[in-house]
Design a protein around this ligand. Structure first.
Ligand SMILES: [Zn+2]
Length: 137
């Protein structure tokens, strides 16, 4: 696994690497992790954006717990993209979920939370967080 991390405090840099490696090993398997590249930028935005190319923007002011949860959430999206369950047309920006085009009708936070891949990511993120608390500190 390769990392490109920008604007991170040393402790956050270390945390992102440890947790991403742990989660992706569990989600997609150690062997498959080898050819994954993850780019992470710590920024001052008040939201994070996922674009499926493993480019994550994490808010600089996130607490340790929030950062951990965000990392795990994004790892679920990596798994969804990796398995082909979720894909995005680079030209049109359209998402496909389980092979079907999934139109995004609105940009509100409510609509975002209802997207099937976000629902799944939130569910798995909780499970992973509990598992991580037991296995990793
Ligand atoms: Zn998400």
């Amino acid at each position: 696994m390769k990392f490109h991390i920008t604007n991170a405090k040393p402790k956050n840099r270390t945390r992102v690497k440890i947790l991403t490696k742990w989660a992706l090993k569990y989600l997609i398997g150690e062997r498959r992790c080898k050819n994954i590249k993850v780019s992470i930028n710590f920024c001052t935005l008040d939201h994070k954006r996922d674009d499926g190319r493993c480019t994550w923007d994490f808010n600089k002011t996130l607490s340790k717990k929030e950062l951990d949860k965000s990392i795990l959430h994004e790892c679920v999206h990596v798994m969804q993209f990796y398995s082909g369950k979720l894909s995005q047309d680079i030209r049109s920006g359209e998402f496909r979920w389980n092979g079907k085009i999934f139109p995004i009708k609105s940009n509100t936070y409510d609509a975002y939370k209802k997207l099937p891949w976000e629902k799944e990511a939130y569910t798995y993120q909780k499970i992973l967080y509990k598992k991580m608390k037991k296995e990793l500190q």
